[in-house]
Design a protein around this ligand. Structure first.
Ligand SMILES: NC(=O)c1ccc[n+]([C@@H]2O[C@H](COP(=O)([O-])OP(=O)(O)OC[C@H]3O[C@@H](n4cnc5c(N)ncnc54)[C@H](OP(=O)(O)O)[C@@H]3O)[C@@H](O)[C@H]2O)c1
Length: 420
């Protein structure tokens, strides 16, 4: 990890490090997935600091009306709707409002927004595998990449890390847990953790809406029940991932790639209050934690301004009002997703691609009311068992395995729905 291009750390005469504010300039931002939960929180933080940030490009998939409103507020030079019809609709809306912005579409358009020559920092907040190519392109183009799109890293960790190194990019984690670990680890990030005295990375997990429910009672839960997270307001896919705890599974793999941590060094602990966002234990017994209210504007502000600190709109933490912080061991019988993710990480190669693709398919099927909740992890396990892991040879291989796993998942989903 290194400092942003606009605001570097330099040695001062007293041999300490200070910010070279004289060279600071406005950061120009791309927001991929601007209409989503992370996109909206990013815009909230950006609008608090017009002296620091200017939004250059915005992207969405189908929500042209919302993107048109964002164009009115943020005046980007370039926008992209991944969906062709939505792009045409956005062009009409912008023309009516008299707003000038170049409207692009498709994967090419997403990549053009991610690699726009004026952009310094890219918020990668498209949900799922759909964000992979634009995130990879931003890394290759040497941007500062603020990574929310964990699925991209799960699918192609080695390729993304290689692209970051070759492209001279900077990767800053947005997931609250990984952003917390980054804060507890810095400046050791992606160095050999053992030689830096790190014993364990401890990922905290709220346990989701079904933490205290017996597994049998979850057979008939609805998408709305699964999306009603007790602590975080998020998009529907990640909300279901939190309910199955596959979100934590994906985060185990994400931590492996972000911090170069082996499987045995990454642990999960349930922490229902979602106040401790994660911890790092050192060999001397010190455990460093990052705390804060559960609000994504904190990690977003941290990464947007890094290495500065800026106001995010998040309220001060009131520990006496919270009263107590609890921690529990996760129950992997109740939540098999954690076990499946550890197994995929252990198997390596293409296994995490298969895990992610099967999960995306199963969650989409659950959200559309077809697949029962408990069948989500059964489908993933079936697909993993049916595909032998092999070494990843490149991005085309990643995409081929992703589509093969989606075909297997479609068959497994069909069978599970027939058994219903
Ligand atoms: N929400 C959180 O608190 C949180 C926390 C940590 C990590 N994350 C991660 O951040 C990412 C985004 O999560 P979210 O909760 O913000 O999701 P979300 O609310 O569902 O938003 C997803 C965004 O991606 C766009 N999108 C969807 N499909 C697309 C496609 N095929 N091509 C291009 N764009 C597409 C959507 O556009 P439309 O609106 O037009 O559909 C929307 O802008 C996920 O990877 C998630 O795991 C989220």
């Amino acid at each position: 990890m290194h400092s942003s291009p606009s605001c570097r750390l330099r040695p001062s005469s007293t041999n300490t490090w200070r910010l070279d504010l004289a060279n600071a300039k406005i950061k120009r931002i791309a927001i991929l997935g601007a209409t989503g939960s992370i996109g909206q929180s990013t815009i909230d933080v950006v609008l608090r600091h017009p002296d620091r940030f200017k939004v250059e490009t915005l992207t969405a998939n189908t929500n042209a009306h919302q993107l048109a409103v964002l164009c009115e507020v943020l005046s980007p030079s370039t926008v992209c709707m991944a969906d062709g019809e939505a792009a045409a609709q956005l062009s009409r809306l912008l023309e009516k409002k008299g707003i000038r912005a170049e409207v692009l579409t498709g994967e090419e358009g997403l990549i053009a927004c991610a690699t726009h020559p004026s952009v310094d920092s890219v918020m990668a907040a498209i949900v799922g595998a759909a964000g992979l190519k634009s995130t990879l392109a931003a890394c290759q183009a040497g941007k500062t990449v603020l990574l929310a799109n964990k699925e991209a890293l799960v699918m192609s960790g080695a390729l993304l890390i290689e692209a970051i190194q070759q492209g001279g990019a900077t990767l800053l984690p947005i997931d609250s847990e990984h952003n917390a670990i980054f804060q507890c680890l810095a400046p050791h990030t992606r160095a050999d953790l053992r030689s830096k005295g790190v014993r364990r990375i401890i990922l905290t997990a709220s346990g989701g809406p079904f933490r205290t429910r017996a597994r049998d009672s979850l057979a008939r839960v609805t998408p709305d029940e699964a999306c009603a997270h007790p602590k975080w307001v998020m998009g529907r896919k990640i909300s279901v991932d939190s309910a199955t705890m596959m979100n934590k599974g994906l985060e185990i793999i994400e931590a492996h790639w972000l911090f170069g941590a082996p499987r045995e060094q990454i642990e999960v602990v349930i922490h229902p209050q979602s106040v401790v966002h994660s911890m790092v234990e050192y060999v001397d017994g010190s455990v460093i934690a990052q705390l804060g209210n559960p609000d994504m504007r904190t990690p977003i502000a941290h990464a947007l301004a890094f290495p500065d600190r800026i106001e995010s709109g998040v309220e001060s933490l009131n520990l006496p009002a919270i009263g107590g912080l609890n921690f529990e061991k996760p129950d992997t019988n109740q939540f098999p997703a954690i076990r499946l993710a550890y197994e995929a990480l252990q198997a390596g190669g293409t296994a995490p691609i298969v895990l992610n693709a099967a999960n995306e398919m199963a969650v989409a099927s659950f959200l559309s009311g077809k697949l029962p909740f408990l069948a989500i992890t059964q489908v993933i396990e079936n697909v993993l068992q049916g595909s032998a892991p092999e070494p990843v040879s490149g991005i085309e291989h990643v995409l081929a395995v992703d589509s093969m796993a989606r075909e297997l998942a479609a068959i497994a989903i069909q069978r599970a729905c027939e058994r219903r």
